[in-house]
Design a protein around this ligand. Structure first.
Ligand code: TXA
Ligand code: MG
Length: 361
């Protein structure tokens, strides 16, 4: 057995619908907070995805996160605060854009990048002069962080490269034996990670699209630059995490562009070919089109008419293809607006850019 897989992982279910106050006095939260204060690793639900938490001021605890996930150490972590009033303890300056965005969207699925004060573990920031901070809205996350009384560094609680976990069992699959506690608060509501915005300069820059749409952010701060995402080799990525392969199921994933009707025709043709080659096939679609495909596994990821339902179901849908041992997955695409922009960002990374454009035929 790998030395990493030898921890006892406690899986604690919390009552659904509990508020932060009653949760804070629960046995589970008090014990989990104690694990955090003592340098342990605790996975917990947030409104976006499950996080893998450790004390952000303790080098050893933070190193544990990187080891458990198999995460490259040059990819910095987000610190989670129980409430916005603690922000000034960790950042050097709260810029006007930071203030506006925090007021509009905290607690919630938004992360702000600001210059730090040098009092966090340098492993959290991977040696950068800035730190990414967010205040999650999930009552379990807030109760845990407030009870622990420390900033909690937390990436998504998956093995590096895999789809992020939106249910406790996803965390267990990936990190069993590698973490001390898994707090089970049920499925996450948003389903994609927080939007990461660099607010250090005069014009805020969207580094990672997420749970708050670019349109909503722009309405709040007036102007917003959108970072290409570190794919270009000519310059260092602003958000280091964006350069790695991510969110990927084990099977080969192709995105199929075009309207739902065009994609449907093309996908069915590609399925025939794949079947002839003896491949086990899968299609990622939505409720509107699920009856139109002849694949071994058809996964319906929410409703196209409701982008938030697609975001919520996305990662569990990608994991389904692994559970079903699919070799080739063909996915419909979505228009690049609102939450669909975040969904497409994850899908493109999961497919490593492999997109089939029907016009190319
Ligand atoms: O919703 C979320 O944000 C989830 C939950 C658990 O809060 N967390 C999450 O963390 O997605 P992670 O580690 O998977 O993603 C953090 C992202 C990465 O793209 C990383 O490169 C970027 O934030 N990041 C962290 N610190 C940064 C910094 N100082 N400057 C620029 N980007 C930073
Ligand atoms: Mg992640």
């Amino acid at each position: 057995m790998n030395i990493l897989d030898s921890k006892e992982t406690r899986w604690w279910k919390l009552p659904r619908g509990g508020d932060e106050r009653s949760l804070r006095s629960s046995e589970e939260i008090r014990k989990a907070a104690e694990f955090l204060r003592n340098g342990g690793l605790v996975a917990f639900p947030t409104e976006t995805v499950y996080g893998l938490g450790a004390d952000a001021t303790c080098d050893e605890a933070v190193s544990g996160i990187f080891a458990a996930k198999g995460r490259p150490s040059d990819n910095p972590l987000i610190i989670h605060l129980g409430d916005a009033s603690g922000l000034a303890d960790w950042v050097e300056e709260i810029t006007p854009a930071a203030r506006k965005l925090a007021e509009a969207f905290w607690p919630g699925p938004l992360t702000l990048v600001l210059p730090h004060r040098g009092n966090l573990s340098p492993r959290v920031t991977a040696g950068l002069p800035t730190v990414a901070v967010r205040v999650p809205s999930h009552p379990v996350a807030r109760a845990l962080i407030l009870e622990a009384g420390i900033p909690v560094a937390a990436p998504s609680a998956n093995r590096s490269g895999r789809p992020s976990p939106t249910e406790a069992r996803h965390v267990f699959e990936d990190l069993r034996g590698r973490i001390d506690v898994l707090l089970d608060g049920g499925p996450c509501g948003v389903g994609v990670e927080s939007s990461v915005v660099d607010v250090t300069g005069p014009v805020p820059v969207l580094l990672r699209p997420g749970g708050i749409s670019a349109e909503e952010i722009r309405r709040t701060v007036g102007s917003l630059e959108v970072d290409g995402g570190g794919i270009s080799a000519s310059r260092a990525p602003k958000s280091p995490g964006m350069k790695y392969r991510h969110y990927a199921p084990r099977g080969e994933l192709w995105l199929v562009a075009g309207s739902p009707e065009e994609a449907r025709k093309r996908i069915n043709r590609m399925l025939e070919e794949a079947r002839r080659q003896g491949k086990r096939t899968g299609v990622l679609t939505t409720e509107e089109s699920e009856d139109h495909y002849r694949a071994d596994v058809v996964v319906s990821c929410g409703r196209r008419s409701d982008p938030s339902s697609v975001a919520r179901a996305l990662y569990a849908s990608l994991r389904r293809f692994d559970e079903e041992d699919v070799d080739l997955i063909l996915a419909e695409t979505f228009p690049e607006e609102g939450l669909f922009h975040s969904v497409m960002n994850r899908l493109r990374k999961a497919a490593e850019g492999k997109t089939f454009i029907p016009d190319d035929e």
